[in-house]
Design a protein around this ligand. Structure first.
Ligand SMILES: [Zn+2]
Length: 412
């Protein structure tokens, strides 16, 4: 048994507790509440700390960490995607494997170092990343990424077999599937993935409504994504425009649902937001990736007003400077000052857990849940008095990660 006390405990699903105690028995939380007589013995005092659930990064690509220099090259999405393809092309299988393994390790270090205990990780080489990540301590929902369009339709079956392979599933890792995006997998392929996922109870994630070029491609089959596919040698006459916007297209494919997480959703209309909400689909907003690619203002308030489960993701280090969820939440707080700090924090915790099908285990501090939590302390050279609002204090800084626990064990 471990018992810690802090000036603030922020359970997320209930109001913050001033002078609270958190008790851990084995891998679970046994008590989260005020420091009563009964819970004041054998307690380690963390005095001026704030304890929050481990943060949840709902959308990232740990295996792209080795391409962080692409951040220097400007934020044109189609050009950026071309560069990712080029970068892989110059390497043999062994070199790619080595970079993916190193990237996954670097990603785990960065996540744990910023208080993140769970990620939704998209991986084109999920056989490699899962072998690397299966033993934790970072929790991973590993979305095996699939493409299959035009001349590349034949690639899908092999990718689906790899993505659906659950041999690495563990306490820390859950296999899942990701049809990549509407410009890289066709409707038949996406439908096949969805049917497979539902049959095998695998979570689904897809990049959707990310760019205006994607909308143009789906509606007309033209534009920069057509050129992109032509350059790849993937274009052929089997590609026919759907004539639909991305969310309506996904709805037709039966992709939407409570087991589905949409990444980005930068360009949606009110009816599409209703479709997402009614189907129970979650959406991961990636604020700094959104800024990097210079998208139109994000419809976060419309999503929240519509009742969509909104979480955050960092996307990869190839377009975002850190894998810190707190950095993303601070960006949300800065861009949307009208949102309460309490609500902003839910996006990086319980909403992320819900989006990854894990809200019964993590995402909030409640007795019975896994003991995944972060201890933040005042940054050096600053000595704030007890803040009135711990949520606001974390979003305004300066606070740094002091400790991190996963499954009841201290990992930082
Ligand atoms: Zn992504």
């Amino acid at each position: 048994m471990v018992r810690l006390s802090a000036q603030w405990i922020v359970p997320i699903t209930t109001p913050p507790i001033h002078n609270g105690v958190i008790e851990i028995v084995e891998s679970r939380l046994a008590y989260v509440g005020p420091k009563t007589q009964q819970y004041s013995n054998e307690t380690e005092e963390l005095s001026n700390a704030i304890i929050v659930p481990g943060f949840i990064n709902a959308h990232t690509h740990l295996d792209l960490s080795w391409m962080s220099d692409l951040r220097d090259e400007g934020g044109d999405l189609v050009a950026w995607l071309s560069r990712i393809v080029e970068r892989r092309r110059g390497l043999d299988d062994a070199q790619i494997r080595q970079r993916i393994v190193e990237s996954a390790r670097q990603g785990v270090t960065e996540c744990l170092g910023s208080g993140v205990t769970m990620v939704g990780d998209i991986s084109r080489s999920c056989g490699i990343t899962r072998a690397e990540l299966k033993n934790g301590p970072l929790r991973v929902v590993s979305f095996g990424e699939m493409v299959g369009i035009g001349t590349r339709r034949g690639a899908l079956d092999g990718l689906l077999t790899e993505a659906g392979d659950r041999r690495f599933d563990s306490e820390f890792l859950r296999s899942a599937v990701s049809p990549h995006a509407p410009y890289s997998i066709d409707a038949d392929g996406a439908r096949k993935v969805v049917e497979y996922a539902r049959l095998n109870h695998l979570p689904i994630s897809m990049h959707l409504a990310e760019s205006v070029e994607e909308i143009q491609f789906l509606q007309t089959g033209q534009g920069r994504f057509r050129e992109f596919l032509e350059q790849l040698g993937a274009w052929d006459e089997s590609i026919v425009p759907a004539g639909l916007t991305p969310v309506r297209w996904a709805d037709e494919l039966n992709l939407l649902g409570p087991d589905c997480l949409i990444a980005h959703g930068n360009y949606v209309d009110a009816e599409e937001i209703d479709l997402l909400c009614a189907s129970g689909t979650s959406v991961a907003f990636c604020p700094r990736a959104h800024a990097f690619f210079r998208h139109a203002p994000y419809p976060l308030l419309s999503y929240l007003g519509g009742g969509v489960n909104m979480c955050v993701g960092t996307d990869s280090l190839a377009c975002c400077p850190t894998l810190s969820v707190l950095d993303e939440l601070r960006e949300v707080h800065r861009r949307f000052p009208e949102l309460s700090p309490e609500l902003v924090l839910t996006m990086g915790t319980i909403n992320g857990a819900r989006a990854l099908g894990s809200a019964h285990l993590v995402g909030s501090l409640e007795a019975g849940k896994r003991a995944d939590f972060a201890v933040f302390t005042p940054a050096e050279h600053s000595n704030p008095n007890t803040p009135e609002s711990p949520e606001e204090a974390l979003l305004d800084g300066p606070w740094k990660l002091g400790r991190l626990y996963v499954n009841g064990l201290r990992v930082r």
